[in-house]
Design a protein around this ligand. Structure first.
Ligand code: LLP
Length: 451
């Protein structure tokens, strides 16, 4: 697939790096024309570690985990933050989540294996997925995970059978699709009615299935879950979902006499990928979610359950940047200006997949205004391979180090080895120190599984 036609009337925005505001990681600064993050010079780091390179601002990650924790707990003490590890996971990230007192959402056996290998307490793990394999379920139950989020009646039967065989009673949630239309990209919208996820509320299907869960041996229904989508700006969508779920909890109490004590409302708020984006803050999200919970519990006369939320993107997206080296410049007059970098859809598929927008700067010209409009093209054999489409950037030259912001979520976790590209290393920076926390893949890594 080729790129959408370039908008030739678009003007460069003349912003310099620090004008990018909320798009930047918490510790971003410019010193003598170079971009620094975590007190580390990104130009030097690129030279030492090579490019493409994923860099994370550790203080930013910890700060956001703390902001979620404090804003929810101060408004409603019976609340919990569960980091959605699908956004970005490696062992060091898991250790940071544990140290910051958050729980962990895993969506498959692989994420669970990483969590356990990093020493994460199994009882703080929440297991998701619309088609967890019998093997994944068995691994999760025997590891002693805290909650399994049931996605269907077929899965209920599997979990019940495995738990009985292992001689345990597994705490479970039911994932409900509340039919809320959230304001986000179609591919990442999950709560609406045509969804492969969860028990639908249509024709009271989910409600009737509660009876099946209660009747099944080996499982203990403690909570409900819903997830209405990702990169959501409209907070009222979360409030609507909470109200629907609380009404559902009230009906469960009335019909089945069961008090649901935990309500997990899924992913967190959206983030600013561009200077135009104006997402809600974590504080506003906490305010809306806790008010909706307490208000609707009062209306329906139920005891407020524990409130859980599973942010992924808003914990790691802004902390992460990707560094690249400019290798080719190609100008097609009247069509487009290409700047080719040494990565692309293998380390960031989001632009090709969703036409995601990103801001970028040249790290070695970070104090200069962005005077050009270019397409940051990747190095892969695909015309649609680009990371930034028609974005403002400083005047590019061969060898420049490009920094693309807000690539911390869903970039490494959706990366590939397309064209035999080894995955970049992951470096955490903090207080002037850079630590490689996942090493760069080698050509040998590309063949380790081959017979
Ligand atoms: N909980 C559940 C059950 C989820 O499915 C997700 C995301 C989250 C939590 C975390 O949501 P967040 O806080 O990150 O919005 N690949 C797409 C995003 C897919 C999100 C899938 N589920 C992207 O690159 O934008």
């Amino acid at each position: 697939m080729s790129l959408p036609a370039s908008d030739l009337t678009k003007q460069a925005d003349h912003l310099t790096t620090m004008d990018l505001g909320a798009v930047l990681p918490a510790t971003a600064e410019v010193r003598e024309g170079h971009l620094f993050i975590g007190g580390v010079d990104m130009v030097e780091l690129a030279r030492e570690q090579g490019t493409a390179l994923y860099v994370f601002d550790e203080a930013d990650i910890r700060g956001r985990l703390a902001t979620y924790r404090e804003n929810f707990q101060s408004r409603y003490a019976n609340s919990e933050i569960i980091y959605a590890s699908k956004a970005f996971i490696n062992k060091e990230m898991v250790r940071i989540v544990a140290a910051e007192g958050a729980s962990l959402d895993v969506s498959g056996g692989g994420e669970l294996a990483i969590a356990l290998a990093a020493g994460f307490p199994a009882e703080r793990v929440y297991v998701h997925g619309n088609n967890k394999t019998p093997q994944e379920l068995e691994e999760a139950i025997s590891a002693g995970v805290g909650r399994i989020v049931l996605d269907s009646r077929l899965e209920l039967a599997r979990v019940s059978e495995i738990a009985q065989r292992l001689g345990v009673v597994q705490d479970v949630y039911m994932r409900i699709t509340p039919g809320v239309e959230a304001d986000t990209h179609e591919y990442i919208k999950t709560g609406c009615e045509d969804s492969k996820f969860g028990f639908t509320m249509r024709e009271d299907f989910a409600f009737n299935c509660v009876g099946d869960v209660l009747a099944a041996p080996g499982v203990n229904l403690v909570g409900l879950h819903c997830h209405i989508g990702s990169q959501i700006f409209a907070l009222h969508s979360f409030a609507e979902a909470v109200e629907i779920m609380v009404e559902f909890i009230a009906r469960i109490k009335e019909r089945y006499g069961l008090e649901i004590t935990e309500l997990d409302i899924g992913g967190g708020v959206g983030i600013a990928y561009t200077v135009q984006d104006q997402p809600a803050t974590i504080e506003q999200f906490a305010e809306v979610a806790t008010e909706a919970l307490l208000g609707s519990c009062e209306v329906h006369g139920v005891n407020p359950p524990k409130l859980l939320t599973e942010p992924g993107r808003s914990i790691v997206a802004t902390a992460g940047v990707t560094l690249y080296t400019v290798g080719i410049l190609k100008t097609l007059p009247g069509i487009r200006k290409y700047v080719a970098i040494d990565g692309g859809m293998s380390d960031n598929i989001r632009t090709a997949l969703y036409h995601a927008a990103y801001e970028a700067v040249i790290a070695n010209k970070a104090d200069q205004p962005r005077t050009e409009i270019v397409t940051l093209a990747g190095k892969h054999c695909e015309s649609g391979d680009a990371v930034v489409l028609d974005g403002s950037i400083q005047t590019p030259e061969l060898g420049d180090i490009v920094c693309v912001f807000d690539t911390g979520a869903y970039c490494r976790s959706m990366s590939s080895n397309y064209n035999g590209q080894p995955r970049p290393a992951v470096v955490f920076v903090k207080d002037g120190t850079a630590r490689v926390v996942t090493r760069r893949e080698t050509y040998n890594d590309l063949m380790t599984c081959d017979i």
